[in-house]
Design a protein around this ligand. Sequence first.
Ligand SMILES: Cc1cc2nc3c(=O)[nH]c(=O)nc-3n(C[C@H](O)[C@H](O)[C@H](O)COP(=O)(O)OP(=O)(O)OC[C@H]3O[C@@H](n4cnc5c(N)ncnc54)[C@H](O)[C@@H]3O)c2cc1C
Length: 324
Amino acid sequence: MANNILVVAEYGDGKFKSITHQLLGEAGRLAAQTGGTVEAVAIGNGVKDAAGQLGAYGAGKVYAADDASLKDYDGASYAPVLVELVKRTQPMMIFLGATPMGLTLGPRLATQLQCALTSDCTAFALDGGAISVTRPVYGGRAVAVYQVKKLPLVATLRQNAFAPAAGGGAATAVDALTVTPVALKTKVVEMTKAETGKIELTEAPIVISGGRGMQGPENFAMLESLASVLGGAVGATRAVVDAGWRPYSEQVGQTGKTVSPTLYIAAGVSGAMQHLVGMKTSKVIVAINKDPEAPIFKVADYGIVADAMQVVPLLTEACRQLKA
Ligand SMILES: Cc1cc2nc3c(=O)[nH]c(=O)nc-3n(C[C@H](O)[C@H](O)[C@H](O)COP(=O)(O)OP(=O)(O)OC[C@H]3O[C@@H](n4cnc5c(N)ncnc54)[C@H](O)[C@@H]3O)c2cc1C
């Protein structure tokens, strides 16, 4: 078995999704230690031309399975492509995103390869020849560290838990894979995109999260306004989601989403450990909290000890004027 890592890229709306760059980043970090190569595969219809870009993010070898039968993701058609590639190239690990695609494709792939799977991984470590993998367990109540005893390993990696590859390298030649269309039991008749007009939380460059200190669901309109001025997305704590003020899709933290934006503004958020694990890698953290002892200030780059009800509108207006 080679000590290469195979990254399964995700492509959509004309570009590779940010999870792809994060998978390449972690694969590159590990490959630098093992002396292996990072390989990447793009699967879909019309992905071949774009696939070469993955070379710029550290993939030394890029494969593309480009076929009309692969237009819409279906585990039944995508898994055979991967199984054949894995059997041919013998990577030590196969990385997928812990995304709707990866979380369904990973188990299918591991079953067909008869190998181990670790899902929703948040860290990898190499110690000599031993590989250990960290992932939350029991609904996020504990963190388990597994030692990998047998390779290859299929792993899905939590979104925004890993630093993305820097990019800036050269594009690489693409090895086109032969695709044998699979007779599927279902077909996608229609795809309707949720037209929320909002930026997806995990992709947003700026996230404004509200906690119980926002006092009630109606006050999140303030955070929406700030997010719209800054071009960001609104997040929430679990307390807020549990209270039914905001949807679960906005929950940031151990049992919600992990975000790593350029700017994270936390308003009325205490900074519980379970919230911090979902946002602490943000580049700049601004906390607004009435309580100067709130734990959020320990991770904040800028802290405002004040009533969020007063500060958020002032901040929004100041940003609006600056942008005008
Ligand atoms: C297994 C498990 C998993 C969990 N997963 C998550 C998770 O994924 N995400 C998550 O967020 N939490 C999670 N939690 C819950 C977490 O422990 C905290 O309870 C939660 O994050 C607290 O939310 P909060 O900061 O909104 O509320 P609180 O802790 O009640 O904090 C409210 C803050 O608002 C401040 N405040 C009040 N009024 C104002 C005002 N007018 N202006 C400014 N500040 C004000 C207060 O000083 C306080 O600091 C989890 C817990 C467990 C046990």
